[in-house]
Design a protein around this ligand. Structure first.
Ligand SMILES: [Zn+2]
Length: 416
C-alpha cells in the first residue's frame, strides 16, 4: 500500500515534532535543566508518597515526598504539594518558606506564578495573617483576573473581617465568571446587601440602609432578614404603613419564616388601632399551613393578652399535637394553667396530651450520624456502626438549640 506511506510518514513526523516540542517546553520551563520524569518515577519515595497521600496519611506522605524531592529532582509540583501538605498539618511557617522559595525561581510560567501565590495566600490565611493573605490573593488576581479560588478566598476573608462591600465586589466578579446565575450566588450576594444595610443603619444612615435592604430583596426575594430590617428602618422613620407592608411581604414570600415578623406586626397593628388584623393573619396562616404551630402559639399569646385564655389554650393544645417537643408551647400552657381560676379538667387534658406527645421520653443519639432513638441501641440502623449511641441532653441556655452530647463510655470503633 504505497499510497498510505506518505500519510504515515507525516503522522510520524508530527508525533516526533510534538514530543520534541513538549520536551523543549519542559526544558525551557526548568531553566535549561532537564526534568527527568523517569528518574522521579524510579525513586520509590515518589510512588510511596503518592500512595500515602491517597490514603490520607499526611505525615508519611510528607516523609516520602520529601525524600523524593531530595533525590536530585527539582520538580516544581512536588515542592508545591509538599508546601500544601505542611499547611494542612498546621506547619504554616514551613509551608510559607517552601512556597516563597519557589516564587524566587526565574523559570515560572504565568500560571505557575499565580498558583504559587495562591498557595502562599492559603498559607497566610491558615496562619491567621489576614493582610498578607489578602495581598497574596490580590496578586493572584493581577496575574489571573478570573481565578475563582482567589476570588472565593478573598470574599471569605472580607466576610470574616465584616468588610461587606469588598466581599460583595469579589462575589459579584465570581458570579459574573459563571455561565448561569446560581441560587447560591444570588443568596450570598443578597445577604451581603443586607449586611451592608445593617452596617449603614447602625451608623444612622437610614436612607442608604433602606436602599441596601431593597437591593437584597431584589437580588433574592427570599432574603428574610432584609424585610425585617427594611420594616424596622421605615418604622423608625415613622412610616408605619410602609413597615407593615415590608413585614407582610416577608410572610407572603417566605411563609416558613413568617413567625419572625409576628411580634412586630402584632405591635404595629395594635398601634394602628387594628388589633384584629393580627388575629385574621394568624387564622389565615393556620388554615393555609395547618402544621404551622408558631402561628398558633403567636395567636394564643395574642388572645391571652386580650383576656381570652379559653381559646388561647385550645390553640396551644392543637399546636402541641404538631410540635410535641416545643418547650415554648409547654411554657405557654403552664402559664395559663397557673392562673387562678383554672378548670382542673384542663390540667387533666394537658397531662394526657403531653403524655401522648412526648415520643422521645429518654432520647439517645448516634454520635456518627445523629440518628435518634428512644432506647439505647448497640447497632445504629442508619449508619450501621456499633456502640455509637449516647444519651442526648439539651444544653442549658437561653436560645441554644444545639444538643449537648454525653461522652461515650467507649470510643466508637473506627470504620477505616
Ligand atoms: Zn448512626
Amino acid at each position: 500500500m504505497p499510497d498510505s506511506l506518505p500519510l504515515l510518514a507525516a503522522l510520524v513526523a508530527l508525533l516526533v515534532g510534538l514530543i520534541a516540542g513538549k520536551a523543549w517546553e519542559r526544558y525551557k520551563l526548568h531553566g535549561g535543566r532537564w526534568l527527568d520524569r523517569r528518574k522521579l518515577r524510579q525513586t520509590p519515595h515518589y510512588m510511596l508518597g503518592l500512595n500515602f497521600l491517597g490514603e490520607g496519611q499526611v505525615d508519611r506522605a510528607i516523609d516520602e515526598l520529601s525524600r523524593a524531592a531530595s533525590d536530585g529532582t527539582d520538580a516544581l509540583e512536588l515542592q508545591m504539594i509538599l508546601g500544601n501538605l505542611h499547611r494542612q498539618k498546621g506547619q504554616v511557617g514551613k509551608a510559607v518558606s517552601i512556597h516563597q522559595a519557589l516564587l524566587q525561581r526565574q523559570d515560572l510560567s504565568r500560571a505557575e506564578h499565580a498558583y504559587l501565590l495562591l498557595c502562599l495566600g492559603l498559607d497566610y490565611r491558615g496562619g491567621g495573617f489576614v493582610d498578607r493573605a489578602r495581598e497574596a490573593f490580590e496578586d493572584v488576581l493581577r496575574l489571573d483576573p478570573a481565578n475563582r479560588h482567589a476570588l472565593v478566598n478573598l470574599a471569605k476573608l472580607h466576610e470574616e473581617q465584616r468588610q461587606w462591600t469588598e466581599a460583595l465586589a469579589a462575589r459579584t466578579t465570581l458570579g459574573a465568571l459563571r455561565d448561569a446565575d446560581t441560587v447560591s450566588d444570588r443568596q450570598i450576594e443578597a445577604f451581603l446587601h443586607n449586611e451592608i444595610g445593617r452596617a449603614q443603619a447602625a451608623r444612622g444612615l437610614d436612607g442608604p440602609a433602606a436602599r441596601a435592604f431593597a437591593d437584597a430583596i431584589e437580588r433574592d426575594a427570599r432574603t428574610a432578614p432584609a424585610y425585617l430590617n427594611l420594616g424596622d428602618v421605615r418604622a423608625r422613620a415613622g412610616d408605619m404603613p410602609g413597615a407593615i407592608d415590608a413585614w407582610e411581604r416577608l410572610i407572603a414570600v417566605v411563609p416558613e419564616r413568617a413567625h419572625l415578623a409576628f411580634d412586630r406586626l402584632d405591635d404595629a397593628y395594635a398601634r394602628a388601632g387594628a388589633a384584629d388584623r393580627f388575629r385574621a393573619l394568624c387564622e389565615r396562616l393556620i388554615s393555609e399551613h395547618p402544621e404551622n404551630w408558631r402561628a398558633r402559639l403567636a395567636l394564643a399569646r395574642h388572645l391571652r393578652r386580650r383576656g381570652l385564655p379559653g381559646p388561647s389554650v385550645e390553640l396551644l393544645f392543637d399546636a402541641l399535637a404538631q410540635h410535641p417537643h416545643g418547650l415554648a408551647l409547654h411554657q405557654a400552657i403552664w402559664q395559663i394553667l397557673a392562673e387562678a381560676d383554672t378548670d382542673p379538667a384542663l390540667v387533666r387534658r394537658y397531662v394526657t396530651a403531653s403524655r401522648d406527645a412526648v415520643f422521645y421520653l429518654d432520647p439517645h443519639v448516634c454520635v456518627r450520624c445523629r440518628y435518634r432513638s428512644t432506647e439505647l441501641l448497640w447497632l445504629c440502623p442508619q449508619c450501621h456502626e456499633w456502640n455509637t449511641f449516647v444519651e442526648e441532653r439539651i444544653a442549658q441556655g437561653r436560645d441554644s438549640s444545639e444538643a449537648e452530647l454525653a461522652p461515650p463510655a467507649n470510643p466508637p470503633p473506627s470504620s477505616s
